[in-house]
Structures are given as C-alpha cells and as structure tokens.
Write a protein that binds this ligand. Structure first.
Ligand code: TRP
Length: 361
C-alpha cells in the first residue's frame, strides 16, 4: 500500500514556534525522508471559516502568510503539494455523504470540539458547520487515502472520528477508504510549547508568541521578557528549571553543539540546569544563550522567506499547482466513493442496460 501524508493548518494567523516544533519541522523531515509516495499539505480555509464566517478577509489574508511560513520552514513544492482546501469541491461532497455515518451524540462527545465550543463561548448557538467540522476533516484525510496524518495531540479525537467513519463506510459500501494513523510529536515539550509568558500555549490573542517571521530583534526582545522562575531573584539564588519557560524552550531547541558554539562553560543542557538549580547562574546568561539558539534556527527560515517575499505571484502559482494536483487526487477518490455508494448513474453502463432489460420483460 502507498504511504501518503495529509495534514494542514487553519489560516487564522501567522505560524509561530509552537507550530514549528509541534509540526512544521517534522513535516520537513518527513518530506526529506523519501519514505512517502505523496505528501499533501492543506491550508484549511474552509475549516477556518466554520468559526470565522463573519470575517472572511482575515482568512483570505492569512493564506499567503501560512504559505510563506510553510515555504520558509523548508517545505519544498517539488516534493509536497501545498493546496487550498476550499478549492476542492470533492471535499464538500464527501463531507455531505459522511454526515450520514455519524450521529449527533457522537459529535457532541468529541473532546476537541467540546473544548473549542467552550473557548469560543458558543454555548447554545453553535454553528452547525463548526459542530460538524470533524466530518469535514474526515473528508480531508480520506480524499487522499492518507495513511499518515502528522498532527498535534489535540487532534487525536479527529483522527479517531475519521477512523470510525472509514470503518463504517467500508463495512456498508465495500472496502474503499483507508484508515489513517496519527503521527504525533516525539516528545511532550514539542507537543505543547508554552507561550513566552509561561501560559500553557502560544496564542495570538494572548500576545505570547514568537513568530517564524520575527526579526532577530523581535526574538531578542521577547526572550529577554520571558517568564522564568519568579523565586529566582538574585543570581546566587537557587532556581527552578521545571515550569521555567526559558528552559522549556531550550529543551525543545538546543543541542550539545550549541553549547560549544554559544556557551562553552557547559557541555550540555543538563550541566546548565544543574548550575541554575544550585544557584549562581543568572537568567540573563541563559536568555542570551536561548536568543542565539533560536536565531540560529530561524536564520535559514528568514533567508528563504526573504526570497519568496520578492515573488508573491510565484507563491500563489505554487498554491495553484498544488491545488490542481490535490483536486486530481480527491476527485479520483470521490468517483470511487460514488461508485461504492451506488450513485454513479452515468458511469455505469450495466445499470442502464439492466434497467432496459427489466422493462423489456
Ligand atoms: N484541525 C486542524 C487544526 O486545527 C487543521 C486541519 C484541517 C487538519 N483538516 C485537517 C489537520 C486534516 C490534519 C488533517 O490544526
């Protein structure tokens, strides 16, 4: 069986370091692993509209931001298809048919949707489109016969929902769709990078994000104001490493080679942490090290971004070509789905002849 990846993001804002360690970096590795027959990366504008339908220009403007983030992070359009969800009518059609295979109470139990409904204060006026987006996400995944869906932990209920719909479809209409597997980040630091203020998650509304498009000066400012250990007042005080955002970021980003290069007083992060715990290591020194580590990681990303920003029409052309390839793949699956569901009237000459024979009797 072919190995196929499908994943994506809602274009509601620029991508930040949380997206980078949680998924983008991994996607680039998967792309370069050569292990996959096809890789589809989707800008999920239609899904973003399910809770932004009153602000379509926000979604429209963020398409190019996300595309630039993808390309600068190293996704290579000669190896992956980057496409825009709303341009694939097959996805909407599949969603409509899959709606029959899931109950309202099953959707109500989806923990991700539950949490999102609370966060958005929808209470009893939940838009039906938002409520049913797990079904649409199943269409996204199955349209490409994706075997592998790299996502954050929060998306696991979506993949489970997709698997259930696939099993139901195949048992009702015959083996047609592929059950996908989720691929989640290797370690917990990467699956939930906290905001610079130490809050559980980076989020634009909290203003605690470091963006992939941030300048070296932005990074410096944000790291210097980062939350550390509030009990670590003087350099000589013993400090806490757990829950200390600067160390959490170092856990996610730094390597032993970075110490040799930027902070040769220590061989590795464990040594640095030990010193901090004992006392005698100031926040500023740790922060300066983190600034170097982050800027080193972001430098090639910035360089690629600067190139792509010079040719925005070229970026839209990449999206157009990716979208065309995605349409082809999704349309082929839709044709199979329609055949399996017995709604392929005009492609089935046996149907027409059979009906004639019935009336000739
Ligand atoms: N729901 C995902 C998110 O919020 C985005 C998404 C839409 C997605 N369709 C998908 C992810 C299909 C993986 C597969 O990040």
């Amino acid at each position: 069986m072919k190995k196929i990846i499908l994943t994506g993001d809602r274009p509601t804002g620029k991508l930040h370091l949380g997206h980078y360690v949680g998924s983008l970096k991994r996607r680039v590795e998967l792309q370069n692993s050569g292990e996959y027959d096809d890789i589809f990366i989707m800008i999920a504008d239609a899904q973003a509209l399910t809770d932004n339908f009153d602000n379509p220009d926000k979604i429209r403007d963020n398409i190019i931001e996300v595309a630039l983030d993808y390309l600068s992070a190293g996704l290579d359009p000669s190896k992956v298809h980057i496409f825009i969800q709303s341009q694939l009518s097959a996805l909407t059609e599949l969603t409509f048919y899959y709606m029959n295979l899931v109950t309202v109470s099953r959707l109500e139990r989806n923990p991700t949707v539950k949490a999102e409904i609370q966060m958005r204060n929808f209470e009893t006026s939940i838009p039906a489109g938002f409520f049913t987006y797990p079904v649409s996400q199943t269409a996204d995944i199955t349209a490409f016969k994706a075997t592998t869906v790299p996502v954050g932990e929060d998306q696991l209920p979506m993949i489970e929902q997709a698997r259930e719909i696939v099993r139901k479809f195949n048992s009702l209409y015959g083996e047609t769709l592929v059950e996908p597997d989720a691929l989640i980040p290797k370690n917990t630091v990467c699956s939930r990078l906290p905001g610079t203020d130490g809050k559980a998650k980076m989020s634009k509304s909290l203003g605690n994000c470091i963006y992939l498009s941030d300048s070296p000066e932005d990074v410096k400012k944000k790291v210097m104001s980062m939350y550390t250990d509030p009990g670590h007042l003087q350099v000589s005080d013993p400090g806490k490493v757990e829950g200390n955002t600067v160390f959490t970021y170092l856990d996610a980003f730094c390597t032993d080679a970075d110490f040799e290069k930027f902070c040769p007083d220590y061989k590795n992060l464990d040594e640095m942490k030990d010193h901090y715990r004992r006392g005698g290591l100031g926040d500023v020194k740790v922060k300066k090290f983190l600034i170097n580590v982050l800027n080193q990681e972001l430098e090639p990303i910035r360089a690629r971004r600067a190139e792509y920003e010079k040719d925005i029409p070229g970026v839209y052309q990449i999206l157009k070509e990716g979208t065309e390839a995605a349409i082809k793949a999704a349309d082929a699956t839709l044709a199979e789905v329609k055949a399996a569901m017995r709604i392929n009237y005009f492609e089935d000459s046996a149907l027409i002849e059979g009906q004639q024979a019935r009336f000739n009797k």
